[in-house]
Write a protein that binds this ligand. Structure first.
Ligand code: UDX
Ligand code: ADP
Length: 471
């Protein structure tokens, strides 16, 4: 039986995709009840916390949207059974990290959470349910979901046969800018075959997205477009990062090069900022998915081409770590270094695949003592990410790194400041007041081009800035 109107939406997964996406849906679809469900009770409690500053995700503008709709038409719950049962449409927004072991380890996505969710849907749904994949998934996942659902078709409580339509509707939001991306998407992509299900999903988006921005494709194109978009974006960053190293060697200035190439309308001026290497939950995972897919189809040259994007990214992190050590007279042993920024980019508390993790680990390995400051990342998260041996029991843990609450306390007695995330407040630092509290010679390593080099040099700092020639 087909619904002629969506009244209840369930989103499985209350993470960086599910939370903000459903907040925007709830603000535009006032007559629809939206329930976001997750197995992680702590996370759900945080979404329901009466103190809005305790939301589990930091995303500019999210708190306002949540305050407006929470417990009106937007609900957060661990009661997955009930939210699936009452849903006409279910968004799947569960995590799909790269597999760490087994077949395809290091490349393929781990689909165990997707499969578990599909089985829950098969078990608890009623009547006809539209299942929409939102998580970044390898190509062909919709078919897997469809198979699980269609082969476990049962009779529901009303003695009706359960039926399903599976659509792909990949998310293109960029963290830190998620609300804007969701409110004003460049495009909404919907892949699938069931026209009536597609129409219902299109109708939801038409509440705020212009019709011409909604693209309909077959399911394979939709899934592959997501992987390809992320691979192209990541490729741009590896390209500019590769050129940044050449600028440093030759005397060219990466900012001038970026501007010059970005003015070519065929290239465009976005996504040309050099950095310590891309992070986040998507780029690496999606390229690895692409590589895995190409290898599966014996397209080894294509696989190697895309793998090169990741190789450059890893090399960028490694070369930055090494040059810091070299500039600090070849050793950082027992030297105190300030790390400014731990999240993978500004305006998010997400640290997944952050370049900071590898760079900090390598510096600690060399014997450095880090004082880490990030406006939104807490010490538990840093502890988990650095995952140092014996970190729980080793009384020397605090010798390896500490988390500080301000830039001022992070830099005290440090030999160097290493800027790894482009948080706004790092661009406003008054360098002359900081240098007095540091060991001399004092260094700044600016991997995000946020420092006014001449001002910092005037204050007495030695400055290394990404993509800038230094003798
Ligand atoms: C990305 C895609 O942009 C988004 O469309 C997709 O849905 C998910 O993956 P996200 O990972 O949230 O989004 O952030 P993004 O802004 O793309 O940044 C990814 C990484 O690239 C960050 O580490 C960022 O610092 C880095 N980056 C980005 C650069 O180093 N230079 C740039 O010019 C842009
Ligand atoms: P993303 O960035 O893709 O949103 P996150 O890891 O932030 O990834 O969020 C995914 C969420 O999905 C997590 O909070 C996780 O607990 C949740 N999740 C995973 N499997 C299930 C499941 N079977 N049922 C409900 N929630 C799930």
């Amino acid at each position: 039986m087909f619904n002629n109107k969506i009244k209840n939406i369930c989103c499985i997964g209350a993470g960086y995709v599910g939370g903000p996406t459903m907040a925007v849906f709830a603000n535009h679809c006032l007559n629809i009840k939206i329930t976001v469900s997750d197995i992680n009770e702590k996370r759900i409690n945080a979404w329901n916390d009466s103190d809005i500053s305790n939301l589990p995700i930091y995303e500019p503008g999210l708190d306002t949207l949540i305050s407006r709709s929470r417990n009106k038409n937007l609900f957060f719950t661990t009661n997955i059974k009930e939210s699936i049962a009452e849903a006409d449409l279910i968004f799947l927004s569960v995590n799909t990290p790269t597999k760490s072991k087994g077949i395809g380890a290091g490349k393929a996505s781990d689909l165990k959470w997707v499969e578990a969710s599909a089985r829950q849907i098969a078990k608890f749904s009623r009547g006809h349910t539209i299942v929409v994949e939102k998580s970044t998934l390898p190509v062909r996942t919709a078919k897997t979901i469809e198979k699980i659902l269609s082969e476990s078709q049962e009779i529901d409580e009303n003695q009706e046969k359960k039926t399903f339509s599976v659509l792909s509707n990949p998310e293109f939001l960029s963290e830190g800018n998620a609300i804007n991306d969701l409110e004003r998407p460049d495009r909404v992509l919907i892949g699938g075959e069931d026209q009536s299900a597609i129409n219902l999903l299109v109708d939801l988006y038409l509440n705020w997205v212009p019709r011409e921005k909604i693209i309909l494709t077959n399911i394979w194109s939709s899934e592959l477009s997501k992987l390809t978009a992320n691979a192209f974006l990541a490729q741009r960053i590896s390209s500019i990062n590769a050129i940044s190293s050449l600028c440093e060697a030759t005397g060219a200035d990466i900012k001038q090069v970026s501007k010059a190439i970005g003015m070519d309308t065929r290239i465009g001026n976005k996504f040309l900022l050099p950095g310590p290497g891309f992070g986040g939950s998507c780029f690496q995972k999606d390229i690895l998915n692409l590589v895995y897919l190409c290898e599966y189809y014996n397209l080894h040259e294509v696989a190697a081409y895309w793998e090169g994007v990741i190789n450059i990214n890893n090399w960028q992190k490694d070369r930055i770590f090494k040059l810091i050590v070299i500039k600090l007279f070849g050793t950082v042993f027992e030297k105190k270094l300030a790390i400014l920024g731990f999240s993978f980019k500004a305006n998010t508390n997400d640290t997944r695949n952050s370049a900071s993790i590898q760079i900090c680990k390598n510096l600690i390995e060399e014997g450095a003592i880090l004082s880490i400051y990030d406006p939104k990342v807490g010490s538990n998260q840093i502890d988990e990410d650095l995952n140092l041996p014996f970190h729980k029991t080793n009384s020397k843990k605090n010798m390896q790194w500490t988390k500080t609450d301000s830039i001022q306390s992070a830099i005290k007695d440090c030999h160097a400041i290493i800027i790894l995330t482009e948080w706004d407040e790092f661009q406003k630092i008054q360098w002359e007041s900081l240098i007095k509290k540091m060991k001399r010679p004092a260094w700044i390593f600016d991997t995000r081009s946020v420092v006014d080099v001449s001002k910092a040099e005037q204050a007495g700092f030695n400055v290394w800035q990404i993509g800038n020639y230094t003798s």
